[in-house]
Write a protein that binds this ligand. Structure first.
Ligand code: F6P
Length: 564
């Protein structure tokens, strides 16, 4: 099913935004000085999140024009189409229904798409995941030696890794005592070796997470993990050397999550121990599906339920709120403003929470796999820049590394600052006068966006007694756009809210740009070439000689230098 997107650049709103931009002289200092209500007017809430957009290079007119743009490109209709389950993933002819994964039980009207009773299907799998999680957590689920599980190893890559790994890190304080989850994704053998280091096979459970169950990295790691399990158990005298015993070990130490349950069975995993999901859940949108099984085990069904409820709060705002107070819509439009009118190429995400360490990496897949496109959903070329490079690190670490460029570099880098009011691990520094360390941390959070917005003028630098020849190096131009997001605490619900917020920001940008944000054809060519090149790497000269000169040279270097 094709959909002809409206060309955003042909709309009246785009024309007016262009004129508005040409006339706009960003001046956050004077905007704040002359408009005491600016911060309040440009701050919004969604769920438990407080979102301050006031330090962006926008005026009320900018926001009004951006909302007109959203109307003119048909965003209201596209939002409806997504929630109704229309096939908005046009290149794969699929519905896009990650929002259905977090609909509360019994929500009316029931969602029926393509004849499928989505709510019933979702609840059935959730119940299965929860029952399994309870069995693992209670010790009812045991391995071949009758011991309970102590370590869960999630084997997956991309969306089958980044979401659960990020969320497991973020919700550490909610993880049950005596349970650890490790994640292995890379086909670099070092990853699996390091992940298995020190593990007792008798108390280890592997979850093979793969939407397609055809991903080279995941299947290779799964086979290696299975071989490791057999070898270790048999060395420990816990496994006899016959096929039935091996199959039994797999059934007790391997479960799978996939949309391809036939392939799961081929691998030797009992379909009873497989948790399904559907082609209408994109990999990068799947942490709230059975792909989150490792997380559900770690934090328990109740917390997982709260996690899903957090997503739903934001879904409901996207679906029902007027654009003027719809945070995902406003933030998506703001990104369009930053990219297409202010010329931003990248977007920094700076969580002031060590627990959100992996959030920027998670967002990289979500945003860049979704909107890194040069053609629109009908196959026509895009008419404007799309897709920023998302990147970031937790503060304050980033402050001592790359913030220099954000403060004084020549590029405009919009940045999202994220913080919570209540830390998971409060500490006081008695030796420094009983300082609350989290408050010190937050002072940095507040200070950075203030410095970026308001800068420091040459006169202010001079007033500090700086020698004239050093003044320019110490000037901060200011007017560097930032958004601040705060929540009371990093609860499962708040994490769900944050993820859903960025999912929908990404969607809104994709709609304005006319993209299919739910396919990822750009990852295919490299995968295919790797399979073709593999024989040359391991010695096939015939395949080698058909490579281009550069690739041939690189492979020859490898072959001349390998140690084995
Ligand atoms: O190659 C990219 C990709 O398809 C991602 O979109 C996906 O999250 C990842 O690979 C893993 O895919 P799968 O879950 O099917 O193993």
């Amino acid at each position: 099913m094709t959909h002809t997107p409206v060309d955003a650049t042909s709309t009246a709103a785009w024309r007016e935004l262009t004129e508005h931009h040409a006339a706009l002289v960003p001046d956050l200092r004077s905007w704040f000085d002359t408009d005491p209500a600016r911060a309040q007017r440009l701050s919004f809430s969604v769920g438990d999140l407080f979102v301050d957009l006031s330090k962006n290079l926008i005026t009320d007119d900018t926001l009004a024009l951006l909302q007109r743009l959203a109307d003119e490109v048909g965003l209201p209709e596209r939002i409806g189409a997504m929630f109704r389950g229309e096939h908005i993933n046009t290149t794969e002819d699929r519905a896009v229904l990650h929002t259905a994964l977090r609909r509360p039980r019994g929500m009316e009207p029931a969602l029926v798409v393509d004849g499928q009773h989505i709510d019933d299907d979702v609840q059935e799998v959730l119940a299965k995941v929860y029952a399994f999680a309870d069995r693992v957590r209670s010790g009812q689920w045991t391995g071949v030696t009758g011991q309970r599980v102590q370590t869960v190893v999630n084997i997956g890559i991309g969306g089958s890794d980044l979401g659960p790994a990020m969320a497991y890190g973020a919700l550490q304080p909610y993880v049950a005592d005596g349970l650890e989850v490790r994640f292995v994704s890379n086909i670099d053998p070092t990853d699996l070796s390091a992940t298995l280091q020190g593990l007792d096979p008798a108390t280890t459970l592997f979850i093979v997470a793969s939407k397609t169950f055809g991903t080279l990295e995941t299947l290779t790691n799964a086979r290696l993990a299975r071989a490791w399990l057999w070898e270790q158990l048999s060395t420990a005298g816990a496994l006899s050397d016959d096929d039935a015993a091996r199959a039994d070990a797999v059934s007790k130490h391997f479960v799978a999550v996939s949309t391809a349950l036939d392939k799961v069975a081929e691998f030797g995993i009992d379909p009873e121990n497989a948790f399904g999901f559907w082609d209408w859940v994109g990999g990068r949108y799947s942490v709230d599906s059975a792909i989150g099984t490792s997380l559900a085990i770690a934090v328990g069904p109740q917390n997982f339920e709260a996690f899903l409820a957090g997503f739903h709060l934001v879904d409901e705002q996207l679906r029902t709120a007027p654009f003027a107070e719809n945070v995902p819509v406003l933030m998506g439009l703001l990104n369009v403003w930053n990219v297409n009118f202010l010329g931003a190429h990248t977007h920094a995400v700076l969580p002031y929470s060590q627990l959100l360490n992996r959030f920027p990496a998670y967002l990289q897949q979500l945003t860049m796999e979704s909107n890194g496109k040069s053609v629109r959903s009908d196959g026509s070329p895009v008419t404007t820049a799309t897709g920023e490079v998302f990147w970031g690190e937790p503060g304050t670490n980033g402050q001592h590394a790359f913030y220099q460029l954000i403060h004084q570099g020549t590029q405009l880098i919009p940045a999202d600052f994220i913080a919570v009011a209540t830390p998971a691990h409060p500490l006081r520094d008695a030796a420094a006068g009983d300082v609350d360390v989290h408050e010190l941390f937050l002072a940095n959070f507040f200070a950075q966006s203030k410095a970026l917005a308001f800068g420091k003028t040459a006169d202010e630098v001079r007033a500090e007694g700086t020698a004239e020849e050093l003044v320019s190096a110490r000037v901060f131009a200011g007017n560097r756009p930032t958004t601040s997001i705060m929540a009371p605490a990093l609860t499962p619900s708040v994490l769900g809210q944050l993820i859903a917020l960025y999912e929908h920001i990404t969607f809104v940008q994709g709609v304005v740009w006319g993209l299919d944000s739910f396919d990822q054809w750009g990852v295919e060519l490299g995968k295919k070439l790797a399979t073709e090149i593999a024989p040359a790497v391991s010695g096939d000269d015939d395949v080698l000689k058909h490579q281009d000169a550069s690739t041939r040279g690189l492979i020859e270097f490898y072959r001349a230098n390998r140690a084995h």
